[in-house]
Unconditional design. Structure first.
Length: 483
């Protein structure tokens, strides 16, 4: 059966393969038939949407028009001289022309759906394009062409959007990774990339996946969160924010630790925003995510091996190179390997005020993790020597967690005091008050509070001209409400 005939039958409410009804059309001729057909088509479409399915006829038409437009507009799509608005206008003109040539009896809703879908495929990232534009969505998880989950407000929900098939999803993945000069294929089936706005992308395909390619996007806002935003969200309070700002200004070496999805990179962004504008900052990342607004910022990101397995540049290589670039501050997106040793050495050799993140669940676990990562550097170092390096290099650990209510909170701001025998001593300066319990909505009532202990590095801050008054370290500073 031809595509036109199939579309016509769907519009008329005739099941594919069934005989046409014997009932003659109602008075008014084709107008009544078309209205009835449109109603049937809308009902069929609604039913398909409720079942989570797709209309195969519309999908077939969409793919035909999509491939035809790629052939027509191929060179124009990559013409940097065209503005986004001009390109979108040309694509829409060609889309309307292609639909007119098809002579398909589509309803206005179906036409709008087709135009939006094909436009998103060509100009954006297909079905997930509306999710990328949705400011409430913080993470998109594609578990195959028919399964898309999103995170809103810290909670995971399944979204009704789907891809046509695995090939459709693969084209979107190829487009994303190709934009940053990376590749994904059977010889290299895993890839870390980023979107133009800095959003983090991870993709993994067959033969490593079962059930289709997997795509995970951690969205970053075009306007990155500032310290006032985190105070409003309850991540920490104004008193803790002033303390952290003083630590950054005082050139203390700081480590942000937390689990996956706790907001470590966002916190690193906020801490980096406290760096004075007259300092030279070098950032090192796997894929560029940090959004620093200072003028003197040099950003570097790693390079994966080429198809021959050569040419790889690791974070460790970039950290070593950054030491020769006369940095005032070194900001490492995340330590996850032997670069931890190079970072500790940099902190201990005059590069004060460096910042990085580590995956760990508690401040004590952070030190254990860094110890393990340092051993991965390939040097047979005594454990005591590694611990002495950490105790001398790191001043502050900022522990952040995503709680059961979906909120992201700082749970500890901890000072690294030094060594006592074989153990690194830690002292909590601020701690989250879990004892306050939860409210009727399940949200934590507690807040980050000072423990009342003045850190030893307060003297170093004073020497830098930064004075922290005693009210900073009082469990309930004057003027601040009890939570």
């Amino acid at each position: 059966m031809s595509l036109y005939k199939r579309l016509h039958d769907v519009q008329q409410g005739i099941e594919p393969g069934s005989a046409p009804p014997d009932t003659p059309p109602a008075a008014g001729g084709s107008a009544g038939s078309v209205q009835g057909g449109l109603a049937a088509a809308q009902a069929a479409k609604a039913g398909a949407g409720q079942d989570g399915g797709r209309d195969p006829v519309l999908d077939e038409l969409r793919q035909r028009i999509h491939h035809g437009l790629i052939e027509e507009l191929g060179p124009i799509l990559y013409d940097s001289r065209l503005s986004e608005e001009d390109l979108r206008k040309k694509v829409h003109e060609q889309l309307h022309a292609a639909l007119a040539q098809e002579r398909a009896p589509l309803s206005a809703a179906d036409k709008a759906q087709l135009i939006e879908g094909v436009s998103d495929d060509i100009l954006g990232y297909g079905p997930i394009d509306p999710l990328l534009r949705d400011d409430d969505v913080s993470e998109i998880m594609v578990n195959g062409p028919d399964s898309v989950y999103v995170e809103r407000g810290g909670k995971l929900t399944k979204d009704p959007v789907t891809f046509v098939d695995e090939g459709h999803l693969r084209r979107v993945i190829d487009k994303i990774v190709g934009q940053v000069g990376r590749r994904i294929d059977e010889s290299s089936p895993m890839c870390d990339a980023r979107l133009p706005d800095g959003s983090r992308v991870n993709a993994i395909i067959s033969p490593l996946t079962i059930g289709g390619p997997f795509l995970t996007i951690r969205k970053f806002k075009a306007d990155p969160l500032q310290v006032d935003d985190l105070i409003r969200f309850g991540t920490f309070d104004a008193n803790a924010a002033r303390f952290l700002q003083a630590c950054v200004h005082g050139r203390l070496n700081m480590v942000v630790s937390g689990g996956t999805g706790t907001g470590k990179t966002t916190m690193l962004n906020v801490l980096s925003s406290f760096i004075p504008a007259d300092e030279r900052i070098v950032t090192v990342e796997d894929a560029k995510e940090l959004q620093l607004h200072q003028d003197h910022v040099l950003c570097m990101e790693t390079r994966p091996p080429n198809i021959e397995g050569r040419g790889q540049v690791t974070i460790r290589d970039l950290v070593k190179n950054s030491l020769r670039m006369r940095p005032d501050r070194i900001v490492i997106g995340e330590c996850r390997g032997g670069e931890a040793l190079d970072m500790l050495q940099a902190m201990n050799t005059g590069h004060d005020g460096s910042l990085t993140t580590v995956h760990a669940n508690t401040p004590r676990d952070t030190l254990s993790r860094l110890e393990t990562l340092t051993l991965m550097s390939g040097f047979d170092l005594p454990v005591r020597a590694i611990r002495e390096q950490m105790a001398s290099a790191i001043d502050v650990i900022v522990q952040i967690a995503r709680l059961r209510d979906g909120s992201r909170r700082i749970t500890h701001i901890t000072e690294v005091q030094g060594m006592e025998g074989e153990v690194i001593t830690l002292q909590d300066v601020f701690m989250f008050d879990f004892a306050a319990g939860v409210d009727d909505a399940g949200r934590y009532r507690g807040a980050l509070k000072a423990t009342g202990i003045r850190p030893k590095f307060a003297e170093k801050l004073t020497a830098e001209g930064i004075r922290l008054g005693p009210e900073t370290f009082q469990p309930n500073p004057s003027g601040m409400p009890v939570q």
